[in-house]
Ligand binder design. Sequence first.
Ligand code: SF4
Length: 355
Amino acid sequence: MPDLLRKAVDGERLTFDEGVALFETRDLTALGQAADAVCRRLHPEPYRTYNIDRNINYTNVCAAVCDFCAFYRKSADADAYLLPRETLYQKIEETIALGGDQILLQGGNHPSLKLDWYEDLLRDLKARYPAVNLHAFSASEVWHFHKLNKLPVREVLQRLKAAGMGSLPGGGAEILTDRVRKAITKNKVLTDEWLEVHRTWHQLGGRSTCTMMFGHIETIAERVETLDVLRKLQDETGGFTAFICWTFQPDNTRLKDVSPAGGFEYLRTQAIARLYLDNVANIQSSWVTQGAKIGQLALFFGANDMGSLMIEENVVSKAGTVHYQTLENIRRSITEAGYVPRQRNVFYEYLDTAA
Ligand code: SF4
């Protein structure tokens, strides 16, 4: 095994330059073996996990413009929507009936809904479904609430938390460098702002996930820079529960001419993330974008978790690619890989009893 991989397997921290150097290798097998060794060191238990939740995109109206997004609409567009409460209740009740314990509430950055609208929504949902975790509002939305309401980020998050927000999703990170963000997004949270939202949430005692969407206009160094700022924030707060990466899906977006990254690129990037993010405990497979087969292989390239059953997905599917799996398939993927499947919550606590 090359020295750099050995270093990471032995638990030594990789430098930024070493992270970039790892991308020079095309030896996917060696990267996978190293990432798997780290994953097994961090997770020696015979389990691999999944959770059951539902993505509810309460609105597609968005004040930002992202070149990679096929989901957003402007208020006057014929297919702009804001879901009525009754629809939300119905979706949550279906999720509970399927054994789910969480909903991921994300929308566009709605230009006119004020903070009290979101507080009222969270309070209502929490009162009706107290056992359901509200994994709610990406850093992009939270930053937007801060700007629109002219309130400090801390106050926005404190109020959302008091109203029932249970955890903060890691969406809206894409690539955390301002060169990339300014090139492909407009009116959207920048790097330090994304980090500030998560930092503040962690300081308030909250936990969040972190993400990277790659394979568009970023350089390899910018991928490593993204991992680097996440690692630094995790050193500071310890508040990230998991990292998830996926490849950009170009259909129906302004970047439709970008050739989509394949399974090789996905697996090697995830493996390098496992080696680089030595302080993030969990990595989720992105079978939703990669399909069930590559998603299963991800369990041998650093992932210890299959992510969510994802009863509903609206954002990636608008960009052309989305894969669905039954719970049985997810459990079988884990069993075939030699592990026992366990259902967990957002905090990685088991919700079932070991067989
Ligand atoms: S990615 Fe999010 S912030 Fe950007 S346009 Fe789409 S919905 Fe809006």
